[in-house]
Design a protein around this ligand. Structure first.
Ligand code: G6Q
Length: 532
């Protein structure tokens, strides 16, 4: 695939959409929701989840133009090319990572003929290694250095090597196998490791050290802390630690670990939840079958993402509606609000996946962008958020488009009917009420009680948060982010901003000299550095 991509402003519909944005659909109109057929028509359904967008400020005219936009920018053919191994992680004419983007291959393991056969074969071979490893653990062939069976895993990693797996684990915590425990250590703050190490019995603990580069300061430091803890407990760290790292990285040394798994250079950290980065911890906890269901859910959405009709392709629709809100209506941020306690870490994962991918200012040609790229992404589970920042969503001067996520059934199924409704029903009622309140608002003579409304939102709704649905939800957002990056004509797959932080921290450490000095001396040295 050549690197000549059209930009948003060069499409035949850009000016038309700009014009329509001035008088975009008004959600406060009396007939806007209840009396119109919008609720029925502005819904896109798929086997695992449905997407409701009647409360977005669009009408058929805008949707038709957004379809043309998607077609002219060749969003779906770029997605197809990505899945088939095109080298798209690059900026033309400049030094860049210059590689394929193939996180989708990790789950393209169910189709009869895979679209990227080599990458899929590699993913399958890692899965086989994982299966073997799990069998050895389950049967007790593999034990800790004191001969005790493993029942706990500590996942050590940061950024893309932590956020996705942690969010997925939280999302699926209810489905854990009996007796299995999982903990995460990511922060350089020594208290993070100390708090986890206090909780576990090291004799039965496996530690998964996860770092694609094998050079990340936080992870290597935490690996050492954990290693020391094993030594102190009279256990051999090597018999308890496994590595998940890039091929050829400094950590890619099987002699130092009980077992090693690979993540490939064509899988970005923030897109790595379906690779061994998420695979090891999730399948240790959930069992391999549940992890495969998770992959199956993601694969279902990857296939859906190849449809050209925006009204059928949910990730594409979410992407173009996001662009409508951000680039045409001018809304700067996006809130993702799951009405599910299990998804409490999902917004944090999306924050990284979206903002690290699309927080860019140069085009794939190396020239500066002409329109705004990725929005600020943030969120918290409802209804907790309702009692906190929703005030601003309803009456603040910032208009924040919202992506709600909801489920018809709870995960545990343990619920109580109080005053004629269950908690799950109350939860959903709250979600719907928020959507309607944001859209319609409330007129009042008292300005303090006036709600302007016309604030857009949409809803991803599924039956229940199962492993398959979790995989679908993950892939939905991954693909949405990828589509938006294509639309902005940026390289969504590098992360120079993160690299800079890593390099600068190293420089600071070297300049500060001995690391054994007190916090006070460190502070003084820091100030000297800053002002020197
Ligand atoms: C993700 C980013 C970044 C990365 C971390 C950890 O896409 O590149 O968040 O995942 O910096 O890097 P390592 O996996 O190399 O330790």
């Amino acid at each position: 695939m050549g690197m000549e991509f059209k930009s948003l402003t060069c499409t035949s519909v850009y000016a038309k959409l700009k014009k329509l944005a001035v008088e975009a659909f008004d959600l406060t109109g009396v007939d806007a929701l209840a009396k119109s057929d919008r609720l029925g028509r502005y819904a896109s359904r798929s086997s695992l989840l449905n997407y409701h967008y009647a409360t977005q400020r669009v009408d058929d005219k805008v949707l038709d133009l957004l379809q043309i936009l998607a077609d002219e920018l060749e969003l779906v053919s770029q997605f197809k090319a990505m899945r088939r191994g095109a080298v798209i992680n690059r900026v033309d004419g400049y030094k860049s990572e210059d590689r394929q983007v193939l996180h989708t291959a990790c789950r393209d393991i169910f189709a009869e003929s895979a679209v990227a056969p080599e990458a899929v074969a590699a993913a399958k071979s890692e899965l086989e290694k994982l299966q073997q490893f799990l069998e050895e653990i389950n049967s007790g062939v593999l034990t800790g250095s004191a001969g005790q069976r493993f029942d706990t895993m500590i996942h050590v990693g940061i950024g893309g090597s932590d956020l996705g797996p942690r969010a997925m684990y939280e999302g699926l915590k209810v489905y854990g196998q009996n007796g299995r425990n999982v903990h995460f250590i990511s922060n350089l703050d020594p208290d993070d490791a100390a708090a986890v190490l206090k909780k576990v019995d090291l004799a039965t603990t496996l530690v998964a050290i996860v770092s694609k580069s094998g050079t990340t300061l936080e992870t290597l430091t935490n690996e050492k802390i954990v290693g020391m803890a094993f030594e102190k407990a009279g256990l051999r760290a090597k018999d308890h630690c496994i590595s998940i790292t890039g091929e050829g990285s400094p950590m890619d040394n099987p002699q130092n670990y009980l077992r090693s798994f690979h993540m490939f250079d064509y899988i970005g950290g923030r897109f790595s939840s379906t690779s061994m980065v998420g695979g090891v911890v999730l399948s240790f906890y959930l069992g391999l079958d549940a992890f495969l269901e998770f992959l199956r859910g993601a694969a279902t959405i990857d296939q859906l993402a190849e449809k050209t009709d925006i009204r059928e392709n949910i990730p594409l629709l979410m992407a173009v509606l996001g662009i409508w809100n951000h680039n045409f209506l001018g809304y700067a941020t996006l809130a993702v609000l799951p009405y599910s306690q299990a998804l409490s870490r999902f917004p944090a994962h999306l924050q990284q996946c979206d903002m690290e991918s699309n927080g860019k200012s140069v085009l794939r040609s190396g020239k500066p962008v002409e329109v705004r790229t990725g929005p600020l992404v943030w969120g918290e589970p409802g209804t907790n958020g309702q009692h906190a920042f929703y005030q601003l969503l309803h009456q603040g001067t910032e208009i924040v488009p919202v992506e709600f996520i909801g489920f018809k059934a709870s995960q545990y199924g343990e619920d109580l009917s109080v005053d004629g409704s269950t908690s799950q029903e109350k939860l959903l009622a709250n979600l719907y009420a928020q959507m309607v309140a944001m859209a319609i608002g409330q007129r009042s003579e008292n300005p303090n009680k006036n709600f302007p409304g016309n604030r857009p939102s949409s809803l991803v709704l599924a039956e229940k948060l199962t492993p398959e649905v979790m995989g679908a939800l993950l892939a939905l957002y991954e693909s949405k982010i990828v589509f938006q990056g294509f639309a902005w004509n940026i390289n969504s797959f590098d992360q120079e901003g993160v690299q800079l932080g890593k390099v600068l921290a190293d420089r600071f450490l070297t300049a500060m000299g001995d690391t054994g000095c007190s916090a006070m001396t460190l502070e003084n040295k820091f100030l000297n550095q800053l002002y020197s």
